[in-house]
Design a protein around this ligand. Structure first.
Ligand code: AMP
Length: 148
């Protein structure tokens, strides 16, 4: 049987990713794997430096990063007990691209995602992060559905 040494779980602080996180933590414990907890700050590429003067935009970015860092720390403090081999990761960009890139960079053996995100919507028109990761990742992906 393949052994999972590094499990990457992508969280957007939604109930769905909370649920996926529980599964990822349980797998990491079972396989004594390292758990990478990744959050991607969805970068507003089109707005960068265009509508907002550069200085205030830079400050806004800093505040967003600080806020995300605090949320991540609080998430890990409240969700992880009896487990120490985890790493918090915060990056900015397109969520599906960064999830795939971070999994490759950190040599993850498995990516764990929720089927829904913060909007809770089925992404009929645009496709979801989960769908894109499943389609494009070369690393195995486990999606976890939250029962209503
Ligand atoms: P969505 O595509 O928004 O329906 O989200 C599906 C799943 O992808 C979520 O439950 C998370 O596991 C993951 N995900 C979505 N957005 C992000 C994000 N910004 N950072 C990390 N993971 C995310």
């Amino acid at each position: 049987m393949n052994k999972f040494s590094t499990v990457l779980v992508a969280i957007d602080f939604s109930d769905s990713s909370d649920n996926a996180f529980q599964m990822a933590l349980s797998l990491a414990k079972t396989f004594s794997a390292q758990l990478l907890v990744l959050h991607v700050i969805n970068e507003p590429v089109d707005l960068r430096g265009f509508y907002v003067p550069h200085i205030s935009f830079a400050r806004l970015e800093e505040e967003i990063e600080e806020g995300a860092q605090k949320m991540m720390e609080s998430f890990c403090r409240t969700h992880i007990v009896d487990f120490e081999d985890f790493q918090e990761l915060i990056v900015a960009g397109l969520p599906y691209e960064e999830i795939i890139a971070q999994a490759a960079e950190k040599s993850a053996d498995l990516i764990v995602l929720g089927t829904h995100g913060r909007s809770g919507l089925d992404h009929v028109l645009f496709g979801s992060t989960a769908e894109k990761v499943v389609r494009k990742s070369t690393v195995p992906v486990l999606t976890v559905r939250l029962e209503e």
